[in-house]
Write a protein that binds this ligand. Sequence first.
Ligand SMILES: Nc1ncnc2c1ncn2[C@@H]1O[C@H](COP(=O)(O)OP(=O)(O)OP(=O)(O)O)[C@@H](O)[C@H]1O
Ligand SMILES: [Mg+2]
Length: 483
Amino acid sequence: MSGERRLRWPRWKPATIRGQLTFQYTVLFSVILLIAAGLLFGILHFIIYWNIDNELQDEANRVKQYVQIEHHKPVLAFNAGAADQNNSLNTIFRIAQISDAQGELIKQSPVLTVLGFSLRPSQLKRILAERATFYTWGAPRAEEIRFANAVIYGPQGHPYLLQIGTRLKPINDALDTFLWVLLMLLPVTIAFSAAGGWVMAARTLKPVADMTHAAQSITATNLGRRLPTRGRGDELDELAATFNAMFSRLEESFQRMREFSANVSHELRTPLQAMQGETELALVSQSSMAEYRRVLESNLEEIDRLNRMIRNLLVLAQADAGEYQPRMESMDLNELVRDLVEQMQVVASARELQLRTYTAAPVPVRADGLRLRQMMLNLIDNALKYTPAGGWVEVRVERRNSAAQVQVRDSGIGISAEDLPHIFERFYRADKSRTRDGRADGCGLGLPIVKWVAEIHGGSVEVCSVPGEGSSFLVRLPLAGAA
Ligand SMILES: Nc1ncnc2c1ncn2[C@@H]1O[C@H](COP(=O)(O)OP(=O)(O)OP(=O)(O)O)[C@@H](O)[C@H]1O
Ligand SMILES: [Mg+2]
């Protein structure tokens, strides 16, 4: 057993951000307030005592001049006629005492006698030894007296302790009251700040609440809605903009998905209906063996086409899911193209077309051989399919600027300017080539696959075409070894 157990403080966290903001703000504010109140009280205390001590020190120094010790007795030597000296000394002497170094009390103001103030000889010795300038006598606290100490010397140079005091009660009372007021105000202030924080947090978070409501109302069926932005360009606007961009992307892909399923159902339904119609007719009309054969052959063609389409759809579905892992291997693009062209010669001659290839030095590429073949096959198939008898198709492989290039050109029907931007879209077929012998031939998935294959290899496809004169597809792939 590891046995080590850590004690943790229970951590309480409010459930909402509004609560958290208020809580944190209130805690911080309370701490600052407490520190400020403590500092304020401390400074006030210090200043008041500093003033009292200064005052007492002044008085003690003043009195020292008028007190002399004769025969162990203090004698006042001052001008009794001078009203100012008389008054101030009378005030000062209200709390004063003189004692000798042995601790014997020589003279004491009546107030001190009544209060029972006395210094033990040890205390007195300590004051004299330490030359302590101030001393607080404090029993009970309400009757605390602060003394300034001064040393007077008798005729033989004996030291005597002169103490001038003032009562601390009014000051202590004032400080106590101040502290009480402070302590009473603290919770009130903290409560107000918490309430203020709560309101402020709500105001700050209102746009978030608005956004939440707006976002709740957005569903798959109304993805066109957007979150409101306030045009302030702050973090929340940025958040709303980010969400809106996400909604736009979602809307787009939903739209694509919808179109895609509509297209797929259409592409599947039409040939299936045609096959059903033909088969039913053949069965009902008790046709000849030759007619059955014709229907079966035609159905087989259709089934073949559907098969191809489903295979292509599967490839594209994999591509969409990002699941396809290309199996890259080093190969010579020249060789691959030469092989393919050789295979396709049969188709070309059946359609009375010239299929040529121009290949020179090896063009090394790292590619997924299966997909690359599929891409080239789709391009050559198109070229052969959309070129009328008597035309030509040429495939040129070369290396240019550290890229491998394959160009598939034909002298075919070409692609109109309106169709050109769309031919790489799924299920897109230019109208004029939509049918061959009254039947759809191909389903518009060839070029989207070409584009995808080029992209997974880090390459690109370009097309240029002049209607009636021919088309040219240019695929660029990175050369093997080039970064
Ligand atoms: N070489 C070409 N000449 C003329 N038009 C072309 C050529 N290549 C493609 N197109 C046009 O672009 C459209 C899309 O081509 P894509 O290969 O994607 O579909 P498809 O050939 O009709 O069907 P699939 O390839 O799925 O059998 C074609 O229907 C055709 O109209
Ligand atoms: Mg095609």
